[in-house]
Design a protein around this ligand. Structure first.
Ligand code: SAM
Length: 294
């Protein structure tokens, strides 16, 4: 099922609040953007920032019952120094697109391309648009849920020139992959397959319940892997297409990162697509150092 560009995504602007995890992902991204531009500042590459789920440039968060508004990914990218040469902001929702358009006026010296489209379609088009010899990019994949299709990740990896921060929908995956396979309908199964690029997860995650196996058949399967094993599967999958992938940082509902509480919500990955060991080695070292300090 293709996502519609008119589809409303999840919670309404006014009712959606991030939390501690929002701060953590944005801090990681911001630190990497600075390091990336510093590392490439003496080279002639055109440096591009791509925000595939760009939002508005501001994020509303609620921590310890207090609501506050902080700079979102787009604004953080725009104020990175040394600067990027170009910005691509992809978004679906009209109200958010208007806020992104307003950034063009607010930052008149910046080359900003605001793209109204589904992130998957827009990213595939961007990957095909450049030769990726003279360009290097950082891409932030920050969906609310399971929106990023595997085919999109493949297109990104093939460029050999895009570094990716991916806020993987950990909770989305383990909620869709229900404990009892009978609770999963075909749509849910397809969405997991689109996310992971294979249906092998069905065999890896599920085994027949003893009673059901007596009668054979698919029904009655039960998930017998825990959340961590599911995430291991995700990491292995990412490593099949990207030359380097960091261990994910698990982001929880609440608490500080050293003392988390609540359910794990997301897994923050960094993946480098440049196949040259010197390039992916440096990129992942920087990303790992950042993730370790969070
Ligand atoms: C978590 S928010 C992004 C927050 C943003 N990165 C920031 O830090 O300010 C996810 C955004 O993705 C948008 N969105 C949802 N589905 C989308 C899709 N298929 N393609 C592009 N954008 C989408 C939503 O409207 C929402 O603004």
């Amino acid at each position: 099922m293709e996502p519609s560009i008119f589809e409303d995504d999840g919670p309404d602007d006014e009712h959606h609040f991030g939390g501690v995890w929002t701060l953590i992902k944005l801090e990681a991204l911001e630190k990497y953007l600075i390091a990336f531009n510093n590392a490439l500042s003496k080279q002639s590459f055109i440096r591009i920032y791509i925000d595939a789920f760009a939002g508005t440039g501001r994020c509303d968060i609620k921590m310890d019952g207090e609501k506050t508004s902080i700079d979102g990914s787009a604004r953080r990218a725009l104020t990175t120094n040394p600067p990027f040469h170009k910005f691509c902001f992809i978004e679906l929702r009209p109200k958010k697109l208007a806020a992104l358009k307003a950034l063009e006026t607010e930052y008149p010296g910046k080359t900003i391309d605001v793209i109204r489209n589904d992130a998957n379609a827009a990213l595939k088009a961007l990957c095909a648009q450049y030769g990726w010899r003279n360009e290097r990019a950082v891409l932030f994949l920050d969906p609310f849920g399971m929106h990023v299709e595997w085919a999109t990740l493949e297109a990104i990896a093939k460029t050999g020139a895009i570094d990716v921060w991916y806020l993987f929908p950990y909770a989305g995956l383990y909620r869709q992959a229900a404990k009892d396979a009978d609770a999963m309908d075909a749509d849910k199964e397809e969405s997991i397959t689109r996310l992971l690029g294979t249906d092998e997860w069905r065999q890896v995650f599920y085994t027949p319940k003893r009673q059901a196996s007596l009668f054979g058949g698919d029904h009655g399967d039960e998930r017998d892997v825990d959340h961590h094993q599911m995430l291991d599967f995700v990491s292995k999958r990412l490593k099949t297409i990207f030359p380097a992938v960091t261990a994910p940082k698990i982001l929880y509902q609440g608490g500080d990162p050293k003392n988390p509480s609540g359910a794990p919500l997301f897994a923050l990955y960094f993946a480098a697509s440049n196949p040259k060991p010197g390039a992916f080695g440096l990129a992942t070292k920087i990303a790992k150092d950042i993730l370790d300090t969070l």
